[in-house]
Design a protein. Structure first.
Length: 221
């Protein structure tokens, strides 16, 4: 690599000895080692080939209009993408606050009251604390509020199994939602559910669905 100009300066090889033109030696040395400014020619860039087709195009969030990302909820406003506008993914703080409130309600109702309350509101995809906090459990495949049986499976069977697992694993499964992209707990994954905030009760199931009830706001009887 004897043609390196830095090596020429370091060893002070005379240009005449190397057969190079004299005028290079009389030029003032550039203070910086950067090459002289070079203006690139603006070449028209062709459109990228079909390789970008493999990437999922960002879905526009119906609530905030920003690219929603690849998860079930918008990465900016937490709007759940397959549910009506205003239904957001519940925050981790609200979820843990719900656990605490659930425990307080159990104590205040001597547990049996909480159990009866829960068995009633399971049909709305809720538990007692979720009802007070306007949270709701949603079935992901059906894109609607979880029914009574799914709630029973989630609250009783799945949570019992996960609680048994958690007792051997430093309660780590209870904090699963902290690193889950959809804030799912393990019992949410077992029941394929998502916990959302529904402050306007948009997802509350109608108590008596009629066969030809086109207007949901029209009360029957
Ligand atoms: Zn959004």
């Amino acid at each position: 690599m004897t043609d390196n100009p830095d090596e020429h300066r370091g060893t002070r090889v005379q240009p005449e000895a190397r057969g190079e033109p004299r005028q290079w030696d009389q030029r003032p040395q550039h203070p910086s080692t950067n090459p002289p400014p070079f203006t690139p020619q603006p070449t028209p860039q062709p459109t990228p080939p079909a390789t970008s087709m493999a990437l999922t195009p960002p879905t526009e969030c119906p609530a905030c209009g920003k690219p929603a990302g690849e998860e079930l909820s918008c990465q900016f406003c937490n709007q759940v993408l397959f549910l009506p506008q205003g239904i957001t993914l519940s925050t981790a703080g609200l979820r843990f606050g719900g656990y605490l409130l659930e425990f307080v309600l159990m104590i205040c109702t001597l547990v049996i009251g909480w159990v009866i309350w829960a068995l009633i509101v399971f049909q709305y995809g809720q538990t007692p604390a979720k009802q007070l906090l306007h949270m709701r459990v949603v079935c992901i495949p059906q894109a609607r509020t979880a029914g009574w049986l799914r709630m029973f499976f989630r609250e009783v069977i799945a949570k019992t199994l996960i609680g048994f697992l958690a007792s051997f694993t430093l309660l780590i499964p209870y904090f699963w939602l902290l690193w889950d992209k959809n804030r799912q707990e393990l019992w949410d994954k077992m029941a394929t559910t998502l916990v959302v905030s529904d402050p306007r009760d948009l997802l509350r199931p109608q108590p008596q669905p009629q066969l030809s009830d086109s207007q949901a706001g029209t009360p029957q009887r």
